[in-house]
Design a protein around this ligand. Structure first.
Ligand code: 16G
Length: 256
C-alpha cells in the first residue's frame, strides 16, 4: 500500500464552484469522479481528515461528510487506525439479454437486496411516445412510476415506467417491484424488446445516481408484452455502466 493519493487534486480550484451546491457534495462528487477516472488509484490512501481539510480548504466536518458518503457508496474503505483507501471497483454483473428479468429478480440472483425510491407515481394523460409504445389513444390514461433503483443501498438505475391504466390501475401499489404487482394481477409480461444506447448523465440524474455530471451510462428502453402480444410496459432506464455488463447470446441460424 505504498501509493498515496496525489495531493494537488484536492485543491479548491479543482473541485469547487460557487453556486453549484454544498461544498461536501461537490467534494464528494470530485473524489468519486477521480476514483472513476483512475486519477485516484485503487488502494490509494486518502490523506488524513485534518490534512485533507487543509488541502481542500474546508472544515473537517465537510471532509467527514464527503468521505462518509463515499464509504456508504462503497468507493472508499475506512480502516480504523489505518486510514481511508480507494476500494477496488465491484465486479461487473453479467446481465443476460435473453432472460426477461425484473430488477428485483436480477439483483436477488446476485445476492443483493433491491430497493426503490419512488420519484413519482400516478395516472396521467399519455404523451405521444407512450401512446405509440402502448397502443393507447389520447383519451386513455397511463400509469407512471418513476423510481431510483438501488442494490444493497447503492443507486444503480433511474427508471421511468409507463403502463396502460387497466394494467396498473393503482400505481401507488408499486413499492419495490413493479413486476410483483403485475404478477399479482396476472399481468406479468412474457416478452420484451430492448433498445440500448450510451448517453451522458444530466446534472439531475447524475445527482440521483451519485455520479459526476456527464458520466456515461446505459440507457435502455424496454417495451414488454403480454402473451397475447399486447404491449403493457414501456420503461426508459438509465443504468450505471460501471456495474452493468450486458451479455447477448447469439446462435448460428440453421441453414434452410
Ligand atoms: C428491469 C427492466 C424494467 C422493469 C423492471 C421491473 C431492464 C433493462 N429493465 O429493470 O423494464 O420495469 O426491471 O423491475 O432490465 P421490478 O419488478 O424490480 O420493479
Amino acid at each position: 500500500m505504498d501509493q498515496s493519493s496525489p495531493t494537488d487534486i484536492f485543491a479548491p480550484d479543482r473541485w469547487y464552484r460557487a453556486g453549484h451546491g454544498p461544498r461536501y457534495t461537490q467534494l464528494y462528487r470530485h473524489i468519486a469522479a477521480a476514483i472513476g477516472s483512475g486519477a485516484l488509484e485503487v488502494a490509494a490512501q486518502l490523506p488524513p481528515e485534518r490534512d485533507l481539510a487543509e488541502l481542500a480548504e474546508v472544515s473537517r466536518v465537510t471532509v467527514r461528510k464527503a468521505v462518509a458518503q463515499l464509504v456508504d457508496d462503497g468507493l472508499l474503505d475506512q480502516r480504523r487506525g489505518a486510514g481511508t483507501f480507494v476500494r477496488p471497483p465491484p465486479p461487473k454483473m453479467e446481465h443476460s439479454l435473453s432472460a426477461l428479468l425484473s430488477f428485483t429478480e436480477y439483483m436477488r440472483q446476485r445476492g443483493k437486496t433491491s430497493s426503490s425510491q419512488i420519484l413519482r407515481r400516478g395516472l396521467f394523460p399519455p404523451i405521444p411516445d407512450e401512446q405509440m409504445a402502448l397502443g393507447l389513444s389520447g383519451t386513455d390514461r397511463v400509469a407512471r412510476v418513476d423510481r431510483l433503483r438501488s442494490a444493497d443501498g447503492l443507486p444503480m438505475a433511474v427508471e421511468w415506467s409507463s403502463l396502460p391504466h387497466d394494467i396498473l390501475p393503482e400505481p401507488e401499489r408499486v413499492e419495490t417491484s413493479l413486476y410483483d404487482v403485475l404478477r399479482a394481477r396476472g399481468n406479468a409480461p412474457v416478452r420484451a424488446v430492448q433498445r440500448i444506447t450510451a448517453v451522458n448523465l444530466s446534472p439531475s440524474d447524475a445527482a440521483l445516481l451519485h455520479l459526476p455530471d456527464g458520466a456515461a451510462v446505459l440507457r435502455i428502453d424496454r417495451t414488454a408484452y403480454l402473451p397475447s402480444g399486447r404491449p403493457i410496459e414501456f420503461t426508459r432506464g438509465l443504468y450505471r455502466s460501471d456495474i452493468y455488463d450486458f451479455v447477448a447470446e447469439l446462435r448460428l441460424e440453421p441453414k434452410p
